[in-house]
Design a protein around this ligand. Structure first.
Ligand SMILES: [Zn+2]
Length: 191
């Protein structure tokens, strides 16, 4: 039975490098994969990029992309052994269900990688559905400056000060994030 996986973490936990390693492991065995990332992430420009230097081309999804239609059509031409989705927090809830259908009806394992929560500690809509319906939830760990596990994402401005208000996603913005343990996140956000 193919499964829908959600690898979730804060920033800088190595999600993209984990995705690219999983992709490599499939392709090394001669298997076919398909990579996706969010079109609205201007940093990625259609690439999955990791901080340690690995990168790969990827298809880009927008909120309008019908992932079931596009991927199941490709699967009929060239059978796919795995679908990997980066920036999965940006998936629409309906798109998460489309990915679940690919696992259930087309028999393709789907590996999604994304942030659990935004800069105010709220679930991203795509992540909320993934946490609700994925077959397997895997936490990838980042480290706070104090050494504890970092689960939260603090948005900071150019001077490094906490940004407390704003859109969940700053499209095309220069926003930066710091991964923090929850206590240090709360102190920065409420202090
Ligand atoms: Zn800390």
């Amino acid at each position: 039975m193919a499964k829908l996986y959600f690898y979730y973490a804060s920033m800088n936990a190595g999600k993209s490098s984990h995705l690219l390693q999983a992709d490599f492991n499939y392709r090394e065995r001669g298997m076919a994969t398909m990579l996706w990332t969010a079109a609205l992430d201007s940093r990625s420009a259609g690439m999955v990029r990791s901080r340690i230097g690995l990168e790969s081309d990827a298809h880009k999804f927008t909120p309008e992309t019908d992932l079931w239609a596009v991927i199941s059509a490709a699967h009929k031409v060239q059978p796919l052994d795995c679908v990997l989705v980066d920036e999965a927090q940006f998936l629409e809830p309906a798109q998460v269900w489309q990915l679940a259908r690919l696992a259930d009806e087309a028999g393709i394992p789907v590996l999604c990688y994304g942030l659990r929560t935004d800069f105010q500690g709220a679930l991203f809509p795509g992540s909320a559905v993934l946490l609700g319906i994925a077959d397997a939830l895997v936490e990838l760990k980042a480290v706070c400056h104090c050494g504890r596990k970092a689960t939260m994402n603090l948005r900071v401005d150019d001077s490094g000060a906490a940004v407390k208000q704003g859109q969940q996603t700053e499209i095309g913005g220069n926003d930066r994030y710091v991964a923090l343990w929850r206590k240090h996140f709360s102190q920065a956000l409420n202090g």
